[in-house]
Ligand binder design. Structure first.
Ligand code: F6R
Length: 607
């Protein structure tokens, strides 16, 4: 979703901001813009890629060492130059960029129009810019505080003003914003990727906080101007993690990073001698967790699929009643939170608006809350009582891959943490932990099939309708396989439990329709074979994900992707890998930009 980068210092702002915007491109956007402050305010905006903005500023370079830039993902008003940010007023030369949505923009707009303000766009953001202008009385920080007291909604904003050439004001509520502290300079951005090239000393703003930055200093306060001291920390990010290296796309890079990423997820968390899992982030809540009477897992999209696997793992291994629910449903459904409920919020970004709201709802109703989150210091990570970070490194590809396996790995660790402290014997736990520790090597073997997977994808990638089918632990993987394919290749794909096809979807099967079955060796193998036959009998083409050494599958399936032998409970960590590769190849073969799928944003911070 929208990206913000702002700078105040002594370097030319234009190139620094463009470089920052390119780092934020992965978040998803449809137009971009930049404001630079020199003797006066200069604004350039363009529809389309950051490259278009780059061309526009190259034609008309903007000099100055204070400025801000934005990538917009349209919410209010169409995709056009006049709706792109920054928005400005003419009276004081105030410019503002915004990530989020302002709910009460309509009455505020009427009020401001009555006061004589003329609007040039259809956006909610311009209303906020005009409100700051209306309340401006010689001090930008005060005007921003006053304006934000009047609005409802979510925001991360940056504001500059022609009359205060040595000031940048930023603020947040509900949308992420990080301030990077350099030497007589500050870089502010929606995430660390636009900051790490300049400094690794950062702090996050909390909700309802405003920060005034000058070249030499900063001051953080509440909307009521009460000073607050931010917690400065080290940004845990390396530049090479957010660069493509030898890969063509971030998605492919991140698929191949999975073995190493999962080794990092597990590092220090498996005590082989005691046959148990050690989770530092659970801290003093371990007892409450072990005694939980119900565990609710929540998330959206890929994170929801990982949460589904978590539900199966927790009930199967730890024997605690567990359920999974879309955060967007949970938050509005008036859910029953019995005493002893633990809610686990699963999220890569830690900023997904619905997941954050579901977490707050559960907390309000007395649940203990836990996060399975990737981004350190993100809203969900900060608001949960306890948590286990995924530690898979920055995920830049819009289609989530290594975060999915990271989430499943963390949920496997949490399940074994609980299981061992409840009913599981040391021996049984040791066996599973030993197998878990071999997962990265096994993923490496699954990745070695890449060329074969590409050749198979070439055969089927022109088909417009696909089915993905699995049972038990691999039903969520079928959903994830379908989501991966549809979101980047724009092929219609449906995932469902393999047994479900007979209840309607089998009517879709016609000659040559690809059906991907997850048919690993597990308790439901024979049942999956039956379902494969039902599809074959109707002319469907079967692609199976199967266990190494399974020769029988070749008699049923048209094409096979093999994965190493693994227990059913941990199999999703492997079975998903060929499906990620298949989706990535299909999108590429169909000529799509794998890392920038249409209409999608990486971090969904609006409802
Ligand atoms: C799909 C994908 C999305 C996210 C979802 C939740 O590839 O990336 O479905 O999984 O938007 O995002 P997070 O995990 O950041 O909460």
């Amino acid at each position: 979703m929208c990206g913000i980068v702002a700078y105040i210092g002594n370097k030319p702002a234009q190139s620094l901001l463009l470089e920052g915007l390119k780092r934020l491109e992965y978040r998803g956007y449809d137009s971009a813009g930049m404001a630079i402050l020199s003797d006066r305010l200069h604004i350039t905006r363009a529809v389309g890629r950051v490259a278009m903005l780059e061309e526009a500023v190259a034609r008309n370079p903007l000099a100055g060492t204070v400025g801000m830039a934005h990538t917009r993902w349209a919410t209010h008003g169409d995709v056009s130059e006049r709706n792109a940010h920054p928005h400005r007023d003419d009276k004081h030369g105030i410019a503002l960029i915004h990530n989020g949505t302002i709910e009460n923009y309509a009455p505020l707009k009427t009020y401001l129009q009555e006061k004589g303000h003329r609007f040039a766009s259809d956006t909610d953001t311009e209303v906020l810019a005009m409100l700051v202008s209306e309340l401006y009385d010689g001090d930008l920080e005060t005007a921003v505080q006053s304006a934000l007291r009047e609005i409802r909604g979510a925001y991360a904003i940056a504001v500059i003003c022609e009359k205060e050439a040595n000031t940048l004001v930023v603020a947040r509520k509900g949308s992420p914003l990080i301030v990077g502290i350099g030497d007589k300079e500050f870089v502010v951005a929606s995430d660390g990727s636009a900051i790490v090239a300049h400094t690794t000393q950062v702090f996050e703003l909390d909700d309802y906080q405003v920060c005034k930055l000058t070249r030499d200093d900063f001051r953080t306060s509440t909307l009521d101007n009460v000073p607050v001291t931010p917690k400065i920390r080290q940004l845990e990010m390396e530049l090479e993690q957010i660069e493509l290296g030898s890969f063509e796309t971030f998605m492919m890079k991140e698929i191949f990073e999975q073995p190493e990423a999962l080794r990092t997820t597990m590092r220090g968390r498996i005590d082989e001698h005691a046959g148990q899992v050690v989770l530092g982030g659970v801290g003093s809540y371990a007892r409450d967790l072990v005694r939980a009477r119900q565990i609710v897992l929540t998330g959206q999209g890929t994170a929801y699929h990982a949460a589904m696997i978590g539900q199966y793992l927790i009930e199967d291994l730890a024997k605690i009643p567990a359920k999974v629910e879309y955060a967007s449903e949970f938050r509005y459904r008036n859910p029953i939170i019995v005493e002893g409920t633990v809610l686990i919020a699963v999220s890569q970004s830690g900023e997904t608006a619905d997941t954050l709201a579901a977490l707050r709802e559960a907390k309000e109703r007395g649940a203990l809350t836990m996060g399975a989150v990737n981004v350190v210091g993100s809203s969900i990570a900060r608001e949960t009582d306890a948590g286990v970070y995924l530690r898979v490194g920055p995920e830049i590809g819009v289609a989530s891959t290594k975060a999915f396996t990271g989430q499943v790995m963390v949920l496997s660790l949490i399940s074994l943490f609980l299981a061992r402290r409840r009913f599981m014997s040391v021996d049984a736990c040791e066996v599973m932990l030993e197998e878990l520790s071999r997962v990265p090597d096994m993923i490496e073997k699954a990745l070695a099939e890449n060329d074969h997977i590409k050749r198979v994808t070439e055969k089927y990638c022109r088909n417009e309708n696909w089915l993905f089918l699995g049972r038990g632990y691999n039903y969520p993987v079928a959903l994830e396989g379908a989501l991966k394919l549809k979101e980047i290749s724009y092929i219609h794909a449906e995932g469902m439990p393999a047994a479900e096809i007979k209840h309607g979807p089998i009517a879709l099967i016609n000659d040559g329709m690809p059906a991907v079955f997850i048919a690993n060796k597990g308790p439901q193998y024979d049942k999956v074979m039956l379902n494969i036959e039902q599809v074959k009998a109707r002319g469907g083409r079967v692609i199976a994900v199967a266990t190494e050494g399974d020769q029988n599958i070749k008699r049923h399936a048209d094409d096979v992707f093999y994965i190493p032998d693994i227990s059913d409970a941990l199999s999703p960590l492997l079975t998903v890998v060929p499906l990620q590769l298949l989706a990535c190849h299909a999108a590429k073969l169909r000529g799509h930009d794998v890392d920038k799928p249409r209409n999608l944003a990486k971090s969904v911070t609006v409802e």
